[in-house]
Design a protein around this ligand. Structure first.
Ligand code: NAD
Length: 389
């Protein structure tokens, strides 16, 4: 019989309800056995809703339970370090929401704790596990290694390409309606603001995209709490730009990724569809949703199909969060859980380990520093490799 890992949920708020508990319930290799929250009523409510047997407000109950294989940390950000230190000391593996840490020092302590405890950690920087971005990256890699441009591509014949024309450029455009954010996410002590709380996703994604290159320089502008832009340079000459806008609308999906490379363009429309240009006729590839409450609507899939479902779902509603969890593109949450379960059972590397978790926090802090100083900053190599901790 396949091994089933027992997980304890620590932090039973909005994200736990929308992702963690449903994803555990759908995964045959996972069983959730504890609901822990400092708000007991909330833990009770989630235990009842998802049929979970044990409830506590104290993490010590979980650390003492020999049945628990791993914990899922889904609290506000400032609570990560003590929970991770306790779990690592108790020999429990750790699946932790992003950001791994709010400050670099906290990140160093987390790296030391998991290495000392000999446990695996996975940070839920989930975009790197989305099926559509895996497909996009595969096509980009193939083109970069062996470019096959359209016969009609116009190139000037009396000069050689400049080195910067051989680089790839990664753009993440995020348009968010930040009026929907709760105060806790913007609180400097508990959430840290959007660069720490959200942009870690795209900083991680850019690093994952260009690996094994590493970032060498960063420059950011905007406000450290909300709207901002970040440029990253990589060791092989490739670049990434992240644009985070606050005054957007959920009526159009939030994220768009675009990579240009050697006369070709690779676009991802919010995990719903990929578009490929410059390598023959334009191509479109659509991807299944993670959750679809309206399978009969927008059956063509992709961006158009999603938009039809979205408008059908919100029709007649006023200022409502209702139904939000039932229409979701596949941003990689399920894939990250699956990858971590696999890493634990088969003793493989974590799909997003402590070094990746640290790097995204470090880059977010560096971006904040760049905004405050109004200048570009280097990314030193000793912030990327940690053999000594
Ligand atoms: N990966 C993603 O795409 C994604 C998306 C949304 C949220 N998140 C992350 O999920 C986490 C939770 O966000 P949320 O919106 O659910 O917040 P939330 O405020 O709704 O839930 C947090 C819960 O943690 C509990 N809590 C706080 N400190 C605790 C402690 N020390 N021990 C036990 N419980 C504690 C709170 O009582 C609350 O119920 C955050 O880290 C956030 O960044 C990730």
């Amino acid at each position: 019989m396949a091994k089933v890992l027992k997980v304890a949920q620590i932090g039973c708020g909005a994200f736990a309800e929308g992702q963690d508990f449903p994803n555990f319930a759908e995964n045959p290799r996972v069983e959730c056995v504890w609901c822990c929250d400092i708000n007991e009523a909330r833990a009770q409510e989630m235990a009842k809703k998802f049929g979970i047997g044990q409830v506590t407000t104290k993490i010590e109950d979980i650390m003492r339970d020999p049945e628990v294989d791993f914990i899922k940390v889904c609290t506000s950000h400032e609570a990560h370090l003590p929970i991770i230190e306790a779990a690592a000391a108790a020999g429990k593996h750790i699946f932790c929401e992003k950001p791994m840490a709010m400050e670099n020092e906290e990140g160093f302590k987390i790296i030391r704790a998991v290495r000392k405890g000999g446990v695996k950690i996975c940070i839920d920087l989930n975009r790197r596990m989305s099926p559509s971005l895996h497909a996009l990256r595969k096509r980009w890699l193939a083109h970069r290694q062996n470019p096959k441009n359209n016969s009609w591509r116009y190139t000037e014949t009396d000069r050689q390409p400049y080195p910067e024309e051989l680089a790839s450029h990664f753009l993440a455009r995020v348009q968010d309606d930040t009026a929907s954010y709760r105060l806790i996410h913007l609180d400097p002590l508990r959430g840290g603001g959007e660069i720490i709380g959200e942009t870690v996703h795209w900083l991680d994604l850019a690093c994952w995209w260009f690996a094994p290159q590493v970032p060498t320089a960063i420059q950011a502008w905007g406000t450290t709490r909300l709207y901002h832009g970040v440029n990253l340079k990589f060791s092989g000459g490739d670049t990434a730009t992240i644009l985070f806008n606050t005054g957007g609308t959920f009526d159009y999906p939030k994220e768009m990724f675009e990579v240009t490379c050697l006369g070709a363009l690779f676009r991802n429309e919010c995990f719903l569809e990929n578009q490929y240009y410059g390598m023959g006729d334009p191509e479109r590839e659509v991807f299944p949703l993670q959750r679809d409450c309206l399978p009969e609507v927008g059956k063509q899939g992709g961006l158009d199909g999603y938009q039809e479902k979205y408008y059908a779902r919100v029709k007649g509603l006023a200022n409502s969060k209702e139904g939000h969890n039932n229409l979701q593109m596949d941003k990689g949450h399920r894939g990250m859980l699956e990858g971590f379960v696999d890493a634990i059972i088969n003793d493989k590397p974590s799909p997003c380990d402590e070094v990746s978790g640290f790097l995204s926090t470090y880059l977010a802090r560096r971006a904040i520093e760049s905004i405050r100083l109004n200048q570009p900053l280097p990314v030193p190599l000793d912030m990327i490799y940690f053999d000594v901790l």
